[in-house]
Design a protein around this ligand. Sequence first.
Ligand code: GLC
Length: 625
Amino acid sequence: MKGSSGELRNLFAGALEDHVRSVALARFDASGSRLASRLRGLYGHCREFDGWLGDLLQGIAGCVNLRPDELRDLDEQRPADWFMSSDMLAYSAYVDRFASGLKGVVEKIPYLCELGVGYLHLLPFHRARAGESDGGFAVSDYEETDPTLGTTGDLELLTAHLRSAGISLCADFVLNHTADDHRWAVAARSGDRLRREFYHVLEDRAEVERYEESLGEVFPQTAPGNFTRVGELDAWVWTTFYPYQWDLNWSNPDVFAAMALTLLRNANRGIEVFRLDSVPFLWKRIGTRCVNQPEVHEILRALRTIVALAAPSVLLKAEAIVAADELPAYFGTAADDGRECHLAYHNVLMAASWAALALQRGDIVAEVVRKAPAVPNPGAWLNYVRCHDDIGWGVLAAGATSRMSVDLDRVSRFFCGDEPGSYARGRAFQTEPAHRVHGTCGMTSALAGLESATVAGDRQQLELAIRRLLLLYGVALCIPGIPLIYMGDEVALGNSTLTDPSPEQTRDSRWLHRPRMDWQWAAARHDPVSPQGRVFAGLQRMITVRRETPALAPSSPIDVVPAARPELLAMRRGGTMVCVFNFSEGAIEGGPELDVGGWKDVLTGRIVGKPWSIGPLEMRWLVPR
Ligand code: GLC
């Protein structure tokens, strides 16, 4: 019968080469029929569905055939939870800011090894749109590297070098939109009907307005609205982000097939982790915010199954900057193999940590940790302090900290240096009075007060700034999952000081925290009295302790320990170890509810007193003796 599972299996088998057939067919037998039924659910109503599915399976088989031996070995050898190890540490950087192109990154591998990095996220390096490109997030060709960064050969060489150093490369897969100069968009503009259907092209202004009624805005200042009028199409194109980023129409099965096969071809170049950019926006439904729609999750489940079929050592990471109650769904469920992403940014924890710092209230983080559900195993949060985007405050507005009142307006002003007593040197992101608490930009060190303390020559403030930076990273390193360092934070690199900013860099304040790595500044990382040396050594110490402490393993359990003082955050890991963080600038005497007097602090090797106390902005990682 056409489209029956037997026929699909035969089609798939027929397209496989002998050297891969038995392994690939075993995988197909485990998940092929589930994949078919998921895709039938999404696209079964479309014309020629059976033929489309057959073509897709043959395309997948083609990618299986071409998978290089070395990567096929990884597929066979890696256990499903290979990334859940205590020495997994992530690092994120722009290629051109970290090094001189993809080849230059090879030269920086020893530096990454010195930190203990096992996972390197390089921000978009595929061919980007000419001119403005949202930092490379407007991709014009997913199969080619950007010529300013290197060739596809350089990429393959880099992935090989990284692999032999034990580092997995993570790349952005910008699947919500293409650049307006991608060949599909160009074809659509020149009248190609099929390519026009790759995008959301609306001819009726009234329909645009109906959608807009319930949509939010990601860039309310620099790109208001969600649609862009395109003269050549005589219509409006859906552009959630910048007008030159055209949202793909994932309700079109040809978009799904094209993107799924693109992902596999990139996996065959040695990319081991895909950061699924802006994934909540993939499906549109009138009358909704057009985020987190059920079909988004169905698409993710289908992509996960395809990866399991053709490149099972590869990981998917959700870039889902959504509210706490919407975020866990991106991991999917273990039941009926409903898995989605292996990894997801713990963005709510990140924003909560910054709010806690501004308000000197560890209880804000405690509340988020208490509410975060367990992640299906294998699966992990990516715990970070900063990334290339703003700190979005909106995720805290919707319930994450509902039991307590968090003045986000104040927090947002604080990090722009606009509150009395603020030490921070950040800038608002896309904020106008109506969007007071949209986001904040700035490097960790500048937000933590290093810049203001240095300018003022205030040694005491400098000490506190270093402690703040380490405190936030301490939280990220203590929470179950994989910790991520944003380039430069390991040496307390400051905000970008562009002498000749482009119009894009002037308009979009996220460029404030996208500086070039200052390798001269970083060279002082072994000087124990310099700020960069203090930060580097502090981080290295925590990374080492985490690696050597089973209680801090990515999947070891966590629970919040009630602390009498709201300034404190206390978490128990692995049933025994207790990590205490003091978010206040004053010393605190420990109360009897946290009975850790006489325990050993594994960060310093010292025994804490009885009764115990904790200094301003200090942390203790304690084990009973
Ligand atoms: C993601 C990226 C961000 C970009 C947006 C649009 O959120 O992290 O930098 O602007 O997607 O691609």
